[in-house]
Write a protein that binds this ligand. Structure first.
Ligand code: CA
Ligand code: CA
Length: 687
């Protein structure tokens, strides 16, 4: 007996548990809030509820609906006809219910037919000041099919006006209105909105917390295909249940109890959701994200790069560079700001810690693009460098860096978002396109003097959609001849690149460059889809799809040489804040855990490495890009931007899914929202 127990113990692998911080699964309003007092159930009539009409409101009627109710017998129904107003037009319906004291929020059930509206809430305070809040889109269901629940704390989150104007909630307050905003200005259409069970709510207190440990801690939670990963979960509760899934939603492990294991059988993204229960209630829900990828090929993909902020050495620890290289990425865009290089007037020096990150990236085979940017307090009152003296100072800083970093960096972008005033809010001086052109000319000359081989990227990431006139001004103002290529930023999140004609936008700006006598080579130095929880956020799977579709569409224009995705890592922890959620990996506080997009990027980088001769293909919602591989064979990337469809293909000998796993395709290929890769000697696509 004793020997048997010993043998069994020795047969188990020895696990060395290490703590790993895992983010909470985003909670819905229903998880976050509990009811304090019910305001309206509409069981006995509409009470004080009133929908306003005319002025900024669409044509609106309200009624008690005894056929459609979330609970029991009746709900409030509001019918609105949006007339196409250019300015404001929104549904406005409220009870004027009093909210006596702070710490309270409002929650309600709703559904709609016709036009989906953006829901907001307005609270009037004691002084008559109106405070507006956006309601989260965190409901699990589809409001056009079922009742959904939303709630929010009372705050001045999206603005306040009128009354005493102190932007403070002076109690007692009043629930003035629930607001339903149309999709865009000038919109015409109908909406029926139902409301039920409106209540005052408060945030639930957390009564338990899950602690997670992992048996093989890896930088970035990045493993090899075939690895088995075990998690150990502990917390004050009755049970832990867990479920592992792959990118496509297939369950690859599930169970109850403290040890959650799964084998990462294929290449790709994986996640494990762990739930801690007390009785029937889920008191904490955590998510462990990881990826399995083979070692990189060691060959750099020159089309794809990422924006990073390693200049901020504490916020971006340089171990992130090791992970960057492990994913197989070869280009980053960072900065060494003027203010940090010329701290004392006339004395130029690179902070040794910043020099170290550049040396480390070069050693890892990563090519940095450095942005030369922003103000210096010694020149033009810390404003835009407009004077001859300030421009000469900026040129000296440019020349110094280029010379000093000749062995580490040979690509420089002049400024970042000049006309947007990025990094310059509230500072003096002129940000006119012509003043940019003067700065660019001086900086370009200084860079070429210091290193004639260096590449100068001009324009500094002006928006390729909205700022085309600024770009023209910069080019015609003398910038056209002072650069090797030019950069634009082409954000359009949360909308897709197809519905917003990203390719057309880039071709238009390239044509403009030609007309101005500038190089027609475009670098998209920022584009991205943040994964925050707000109304303009995208889920992580959408971000992953948007990445491959965007890269393919941009490559297909034939004028884009490189794309720097914005950005590599989440810059913070606030889930509702876009700037904290642009990363393709999570913050280092969560061990740089992957989002699906970092995996799709790594697969894209490996499969398209060294490809040339881009040819776009499009038929209705079906899109594709065909490339020539270094060995002379062809690679096609295909997807549908709308409903699933099929296309005919010929000459395909190998195919891969978005996660880099081989997949079988016949003569007709089903296209969905996730692109697939097709390879062969000569790949043809037809309807
Ligand atoms: Ca009711
Ligand atoms: Ca106030």
């Amino acid at each position: 007996m004793y020997r048997a127990i010993l043998a069994a113990t020795f047969a188990l692998p020895v696990l060395a548990w290490e703590p790993i911080r895992c983010p909470e699964v985003d909670r819905t309003s229903a998880d976050r809030f509990e009811t304090v007092r019910v305001l309206s159930t509409f069981e006995d009539g509409m009470g004080t509820w009133k929908a306003t009409n005319g002025g900024q409101q669409p044509k609106t009627t309200q009624a008690l609906d005894q056929k459609v109710a979330r609970a029991s017998r009746a709900s409030l129904r509001v019918d609105a006809v949006f007339g196409g107003e250019k300015k404001l037009e929104y549904i406005n319906v409220g009870p004027g219910a009093v909210i006596e004291k702070p710490g309270i929020g409002v929650g309600f059930w709703f559904r709609w037919t016709g036009t989906p509206v953006s829901l907001r809430m307005r609270i009037a305070d004691k002084s008559g000041e109106t405070h507006q809040m956006n309601l989260p889109r965190d409901y699990a269901g589809d409001p056009s099919k079922e009742w959904c629940y939303v709630a929010t704390k009372i705050s001045s989150q999206s603005g306040s006006w009128g009354g005493d104007g102190n932007h403070k909630l002076d109690y007692p307050c009043m629930l003035q209105a629930i607001v339903g905003d149309r999709p865009k200005a000038g919109f015409k259409g109908n909406c029926t909105l139902w409301l039920d069970d409106v209540a005052l709510v408060r945030e639930r207190k957390r009564t338990g917390e899950l602690k997670v440990e992992v048996d093989q801690l890896r930088l970035g939670n990045l493993y090899q295909p075939g690895n088995r990963v075990s998690l150990r979960a502990t917390g004050s509760g009755d049970t832990v249940t867990w479920e592992w899934r792959d990118f496509f939603g297939n369950v690859v492990g599930k169970g109850t109890g403290p040890i959650a294991s799964a084998t990462l059988g294929k290449s790709g993204y994986y996640q494990c959701i762990l739930e801690l229960r007390q009785g029937d209630a889920v008191v904490d829900r955590r998510i462990f994200r990881c990826a399995a990828l083979p070692a990189p090929t060691g060959k750099r993909n020159d089309f794809l790069g990422f924006c990073t902020h390693f200049q901020r050495v504490t916020a971006w620890p340089s171990e992130g560079l090791d992970l960057f290289a492990r994913y197989g990425f070869g280009h980053l865009r960072d900065e060494l700001s003027w203010g940090s290089v010329e701290k004392e007037k006339g004395r130029f020096a690179i902070d040794p810690r910043q020099a170290a990150y550049l040396a480390r990236s070069r050693k890892l085979g990563i090519e940095p693009l450095l942005i030369l940017d922003y103000a210096n307090r010694h020149y033009d009152d810390g404003g835009f460098p407009n004077s001859e003296g300030a421009i000469a100072g900026f040129a000296r800083y440019s020349g110094f860096l280029v010379k000093e970093l000749a062995d580490r960096v040979d690509t420089y972008e002049i400024w970042n978002e000049w006309t947007v005033k990025c990094g310059m809010r509230g500072r003096p001086g002129s940000n006119s396109p012509e003043n940019y052109a003067r700065l660019l000319q001086a900086s370009h000359a200084a860079i070429k003097r210091a290193n004639p081989q260096a590449t100068v990227v001009g324009i500094g990431g002006e928006h390729s959609g909205g700022h085309i006139r600024n770009i023209e001004g910069m080019m015609r103002g003398g910038g056209a001849k002072a650069m090797d290529s030019f950069s634009v930023h082409s954000y359009r999140y949360p909308r897709t690149p197809e519905e917003t004609d990203l390719a057309g936008e880039i071709l238009a700006v390239s044509k403009l460059a030609k007309d101005c006598g500038a190089p027609e080579r475009v670098w998209v130095t920022e584009i991205g889809w943040p994964t925050h929880t707000g109304p303009r956020g995208s889920d992580e799977f959408k971000q992953a799809r948007m990445m491959v579709r965007t890269l393919s569409l941009l490559w297909g224009t034939g004028v884009v040489d490189r794309v720097y995705w914005y950005d590599f890592k989440n810059d913070g922890f606030k889930r509702e804040y876009n700037e904290n959620n642009f990363g393709v990996v999570w913050h280092q506080g969560f061990n740089w855990a992957p989002k699906p997009a970092v995996v799709t990027a790594a697969v894209f980088a490996a499969l398209t490495q060294g490809c040339t001769k881009p040819e776009p293909w499009n038929l209705g919602d079906a899109h594709g890009l065909r490339l020539r591989r270094p060995d002379g064979t062809q690679l096609a990337i295909v997807w549908s931007a709308g409903e699933p469809t099929t296309v005919g293909v010929k000459g395909v000998t190998q195919a891969w899914d978005l996660m880099g796993n081989p997949t079988h395709v016949g003569e007709r290929v089903a296209l969905g929202e996730n692109p697939i890769y097709l390879m062969g000697g000569r790949v043809s696509i037809r309807p």
